[in-house]
Design a protein around this ligand. Structure first.
Ligand SMILES: Cc1cc2nc3c(=O)[nH]c(=O)nc-3n(C[C@H](O)[C@H](O)[C@H](O)COP(=O)(O)O)c2cc1C
Length: 210
């Protein structure tokens, strides 16, 4: 094993240090967040979308400090709505490109070759290729000690590709072609290992895969 402490970490070049620390906690979810300012659609990649609770369905997104203009954050504050769209493994290159600093008026859908989907009654755009799509409403925000913002939101509606969900509503991310993100630049395919029954102290893990 290679040991790192804060002194060793601080001695690394800035970029390498950031990548290493960003990778430490493991793979993260890969989503495109769709917003609108009322005139222009916006799409950006986020690896910090996380499940926070099921009842009500609550998720969180971490935004970097507001030291530069952040279109996604501003649009959410303005309209209170956003879409979260899972990144399938064949569009990771185009999805990654949405992290470039585009002008507000320039749509990432066109610039990054990602097909948008309009859903009836929704002010925000969705990603057509995504097998999991959610419509979310702003709830609260929490300032973190590093000036990042944890924004929480409720999931109002969602759509799941029928081939990815079974009759007991178990969602299979391998079938949904979900990808995962390492750090800020590495993309992985998801492959299923097993599914287990609820763990009990006195019984062995039991596979419940059908
Ligand atoms: C793999 C990856 C993951 C990212 N995750 C986040 C994130 O969780 N939070 C964030 O604020 N920015 C994140 N970014 C950076 C945004 O995608 C980038 O700042 C983008 O330009 C934001 O666009 P906007 O100004 O239209 O909101 C990520 C970038 C990459 C490449």
């Amino acid at each position: 094993m290679i040991e790192f402490d804060l002194t060793k970490l601080e001695a690394l070049p800035k970029r390498e240090r950031a990548h290493l620390v960003n990778n430490l906690c493991g793979l993260r979810s890969a989503n495109l967040v769709g917003t609108s300012d009322g005139h222009n659609n916006n799409l950006a990649i986020f690896n910090s979308v996380m499940h926070l609770g099921s009842n009500p369905p609550l998720l969180g997104i971490v935004f970097r400090p507001l030291t530069v203009e952040r279109h996604t954050y501003n649009n959410i504050k303005e309209t209170k709505y956003f879409s979260v769209n899972q990144i399938i493994d064949t569009i990771t290159n185009n999805a990654h490109q949405t992290s470039a600093k585009f002008e507000n008026k320039q749509s990432e859908f066109e610039s990054c070759n990602i097909e948008s989907l309009h859903r009836e009654g929704c002010v925000v755009p969705f990603v057509k290729e995504s097998n999991i799509q959610m419509l979310c409403t702003y709830s609260k925000e929490h300032l973190l000690e590093n000036d990042c913002i944890l924004l929480t939101a409720t999931i109002e509606r969602f759509w799941v590709n029928s081939a990815s969900i079974n009759k007991s509503y178990w969602l299979n991310h391998e079938k949904a072609s979900s990808s995962a993100i390492g750090g800020l630049d590495t993309y992985y395919k998801v492959s299923l290992i097993d599914r287990y029954s609820y763990a009990q102290p006195n019984s062995k893990p039991k596979s419940i895969l059908e």
